[in-house]
Write a protein that binds this ligand. Structure first.
Ligand code: PEP
Length: 258
């Protein structure tokens, strides 16, 4: 299969610079060696203000840093926005795009996700593109339709060569921050659908593309989720704020990568 598991912690609007440095210091001490073996990719996505300090503290480790969003233009009159080249300059190498909180709370549409993804790729960042259905869509039997449409829209105009640098995060909206995760079987079903959709879009390279699961991943469910054949890691919210919990989830991915 050849896919290296990838676990990313999404800190959202949490952690001052001092708190962020303290958390990654713990990660560096516990995970630094494990990730060096090349069996897993690990990244954290602090708030913008803490990125540079976190990058500095993680120097010498294989733990990467991600932005939580970016603008689609490199620069301009866009008050409050951060561009992909700015993230890259600060040391980030990944960026989370189209997170359901961006979509639901800030009105981000697939078309915006697509131009942001292009901008991130241009800047040298590896995007993590989030998709996922709401509870209403799942109950109406529209999960695959919704996720398929989000993939079509969010990856519009992105060719196969660039797609190899994209990670997809399947995050059912009803599972994010609710404590209610998708069952491993439910998640695998959608991941297999996404893999098939990527194969239809990009051909053989889809087998090498990573698809993370996100939505209430915890140490207690990580092993079972990671055991699914099309789950290649996790995008972790709440549990990534606590070093022991994030490390335990990363270790579940390390086991999968062996
Ligand atoms: C997320 O925000 O991407 C997420 C998955 O959050 P949580 O793990 O808290 O459900």
């Amino acid at each position: 299969m050849g896919r290296i598991p990838f676990v990313c912690g999404n800190w959202k609007c949490h952690k001052t610079i001092a708190d962020a440095v303290a958390l990654v210091t713990e990660l560096k001490n516990t995970l630094g060696m494990a990730t060096r073996a090349g069996t897993i990719d690990v990244a954290v996505a602090p708030p913008f203000t803490a990125i540079a300090a976190v990058v500095k503290r993680l120097e010498g480790t294989q733990i990467g840093v991600a932005g939580q969003s970016c603008h689609w233009e490199d620069q301009g009159a866009f008050t409050g926005e951060i561009s992909a080249p700015m993230l890259y300059e600060a040391g980030a190498r990944f960026v989370i795009l189209g997170h359901s909180e961006r979509r639901q709370l800030f009105g981000e549409l697939d078309q915006a996700v697509s131009v942001k993804t292009k901008s991130a790729l241009r800047a040298g960042l590896s995007p993590i593109v989030c998709v996922g259905e709401t509870l209403g869509e799942r109950e109406a039997g529209e999960t695959m339709h919704r996720v398929g449409a989000q993939l079509d829209g969010s990856l519009a105009g992105i060719g196969a060569a660039e797609a190899t640098r994209v990670t997809i995060a399947y995050e059912p909206v009803w599972a994010i921050g609710t404590g209610r995760n998708a069952s491993p079987a439910q998640a695998q079903e959608v991941h297999a659908f996404i893999r098939g959709k990527l194969a239809a879009m990009y051909g053989a390279i889809a087998t090498g593309m990573r698809i993370q699961y996100g939505g209430s991943v915890k140490p207690s469910n990580a092993v079972e989720l990671m055991a699914q054949p099309d789950i290649d890691g996790a995008l972790v919210g709440g549990a990534s704020l606590v070093a022991d919990q994030f490390v335990a989830i990363a270790r579940a991915a390390i086991e999968k990568g062996k």
